[in-house]
Design a protein. Structure first.
Length: 218
C-alpha cells in the first residue's frame, strides 16, 4: 500500500506511522528521518538542506522533494510506503503525484488523523521531557510521573521544551491550517482521504486506522 499520513501536530502521527508501517510491512518514510539521513551521509541534497538550515531559512520544496524521491526509489519502497511529514503543502503533493505517475503507480489512501484543536494544545503543552534522557517522556495529565517534575525511570529533572509551550503549539497549528490542511482538500478531490479520530489509546487508534484502510480498500 502507498499511504500518506496527515494530521495536526500532537495527533500522535509519528507513533501511529511507526505502528502502521510495521502492521502493513511497508517502510515508514518520515521527513525528519530523511533530513537526518541526508545530512549525516553528506549527500548533495543534505548539504543544500544544511546550508538553508544554518542560515535560519526554510528548506525549499525542491530539496525535500528530491530527498523523498531518492528514498522512494529504494528497493524496500517499491511495493509501498507510508509517508509521514511529506507532502506538507499542495506544491509537494503535486510533485508527489508526478513522481508516482512516472512510476506508473498511485496512492491508495491518505489517512487523516483528526484531533480537536483544544485537545492538541492539551496534549502538547502537558508534555514533560527528562533532562537526562529525551526518550523519557511524561504528560501532566495522561502519563504523570509518580513525583511531579521527577523522571520515574532515572530520577532526572522533567522540563517543558520551548517547542511545547502553548504559544508555540498555537503557532504550529496555524501553520498546519494554512499550509498542510489544503492538501486534505487536494486529496479529497481524488477520493483518497480516509479520516479517523486520533483520540483514545495508541493501540485503539492503530486498530481504527487498520480497519479504515481495510474497508477503504474493499
Ligand atoms: Zn529520565
Amino acid at each position: 500500500m502507498r499511504i500518506v499520513l496527515v494530521g495536526p501536530p500532537g495527533a500522535g502521527k509519528g507513533t501511529q506511522a511507526a505502528y502502521l508501517a510495521k502492521n502493513l510491512s511497508i517502510p515508514h518514510i518520515s521527513t525528519g528521518d530523511l533530513f537526518r539521513a541526508n545530512i549525516s551521509q553528506g549527500t548533495d541534497l543534505g548539504k543544500q538542506a544544511r546550508a538553508y538550515m544554518d542560515a535560519g531559512q526554510l528548506v525549499p520544496d525542491e530539496v525535500t522533494i528530491g530527498m523523498a524521491k531518492d528514498r522512494m526509489a529504494q528497493s524496500d519502497a517499491v511495493n509501498g510506503f507510508l509517508l509521514d511529514g511529506f507532502p506538507r503543502n499542495v506544491g509537494q503533493a503535486e510533485a508527489l503525484d508526478v513522481m508516482l505517475k512516472d512510476e506508473g503507480v498511485k496512492l491508495d489512501a491518505v489517512l487523516d488523523l483528526e484531533v480537536p484543536e483544544e485537545e492538541v494544545v492539551k496534549r502538547i503543552a502537558g508534555r514533560r521531557i527528562c533532562r537526562s534522557d529525551s526518550a523519557h517522556v511524561f504528560h501532566v495529565t495522561y502519563n504523570p510521573p509518580k513525583t511531579e517534575g521527577v523522571c520515574d525511570a532515572c530520577g532526572g529533572e522533567l522540563y517543558q521544551r520551548d517547542d511545547d509551550s502553548e504559544e508555540t503549539v498555537r503557532t504550529r497549528l496555524e501553520v498546519y491550517h494554512t499550509q498542510t490542511e489544503p492538501i486534505i482538500d487536494y486529496y479529497r478531490a481524488q477520493g483518497l482521504v480516509v479520516t479517523i479520530s486520533a483520540l483514545g489509546k495508541v493501540t485503539e487508534v492503530t486498530a481504527r486506522a487498520m480497519e479504515a484502510l481495510k474497508s477503504d480498500e474493499g
